[in-house]
Design a binder for this molecule. Structure first.
Ligand SMILES: Nc1ncnc2c1ncn2[C@@H]1O[C@H](COP(=O)(O)OP(=O)(O)O)[C@@H](O)[C@H]1O
Ligand SMILES: Cc1ncc(COP(=O)(O)O)c(C=O)c1O
Ligand SMILES: [Mg+2]
Length: 286
């Protein structure tokens, strides 16, 4: 059994952060140690929420507790997502290094959730800067969306070629794998939902249907990052993990759209998450 320390948000109602990533990773046979950065009533794109940011000291306290029972050596990967304060970023990196002292092969997947005024995803001040300066160089895998790709690379990305360039640029900054969760307007195919995978071996594009949601569901990035990591830990190659994740997320989106839901329908989609149809394959683009 592989184990992932998952440091993300918790929402009591609905699906984002750990609520979006934990169950799908578990369905893929991964044991998830969920450590919450915030506990909110619901995700921030409702425009209002209640709850609190967890004090950053909780991260070392919990990790030290796991170390004290001798289990840190069994941690195969750390994943971070929605972060509640800039200080939490420092603690996440320290926690990863603490894990590495017990398991030198442990991986760090950083989902650099930066928020976006236009989408209404609210992230605390200073988190974005720390993700760029501290998290990026330590990450083995990074999973930006289009906005985050531009922020991390410092490059403008307004078309597909520039997106490939920016991915290659990030591969020179530390990460061995870059997954662009959503290319948006920099996609290759109009009217499709395009994603990129970049590794030392090249860059691949996965294109899948874009469903016409009245309001785009939240937590898709968290689901994407969690499933990509779960597939890698299950021994899939980078390319297989990318395709299998893309196919599973597509089925979740298809079911969520069919049910007319704003919240991701992860429970309805449980069979597809465990055993996605191999509908879409990646094409090599660089
Ligand atoms: N197949 C799809 N069809 C339509 N919209 C989708 C599909 N998959 C994901 N989305 C939406 O696209 C958006 C992707 O947002 P973006 O900011 O690029 O990445 P993130 O997932 O990190 O938020 C999300 O709002 C999500 O609900
Ligand atoms: C509490 C919380 N967690 C996580 C996220 C990240 O969601 P996504 O996967 O859509 O980027 C959001 C976005 O608004 C959020 O409000
Ligand atoms: Mg996101």
């Amino acid at each position: 059994m592989k184990n992932v320390l998952s440091i993300q948000s918790h929402v009591v109602f609905g699906y984002a952060g750990n609520k979006s990533a934990t169950f799908p990773m578990q369905l893929n046979g991964i044991d998830v140690w969920a450590l919450n950065t915030v506990q909110f009533s619901n995700h921030t794109q409702y425009g209002k929420w209640t709850g609190m940011v967890i004090p950053h000291q909780q991260i070392p306290e919990i990790v030290n507790g796991i170390e004290a029972i001798g289990e840190l050596k069994n941690c195969d990967a750390v994943i971070s997502g929605y972060i509640g304060s800039a200080d939490q970023v420092d603690e996440i990196i320290k926690a990863f290094h603490q894990v590495k002292t017990h398991n030198k092969n442990a991986l760090y997947l950083c989902d650099p959730v930066m928020g976006s005024e236009e989408k209404g995803c609210v992230v605390a001040d200073g988190v974005r800067e720390k993700l760029i300066d501290i998290a990026l160089p330590h990450a083995d895998i990074i999973t930006p969306n289009l906005f985050e790709l531009q922020q991390l690379s410092g490059l403008e990305v307004s078309n597909f070629e520039q997106a490939i360039n920016a991915v290659q640029h990030l591969l020179g900054k530390g990460p061995k794998m870059v997954v662009v969760k959503h290319l948006g307007s920099a996609g290759k195919y109009q009217g499709k939902f395009d994603m990129l995978l970049g590794t030392q071996n090249g860059v691949w594009l996965l294109s899948r249907p874009l469903y016409p949601f009245a309001k785009d569901p939240v937590g898709v990035g968290d689901l994407t990052a969690g499933l990509f990591l779960a597939n890698l830990l299950n021994g899939k190659s980078e390319l297989e993990a990318f395709e299998r994740m893309g196919n599973a997320v597509n089925e979740v989106m298809e079911i969520t759209h069919k049910l007319g839901s704003y919240e991701l329908q992860l429970i309805e989609a449980r069979h597809a998450i465990m055993d996605p149809k191999a509908q879409f394959t990646a094409e090599k683009v660089a």
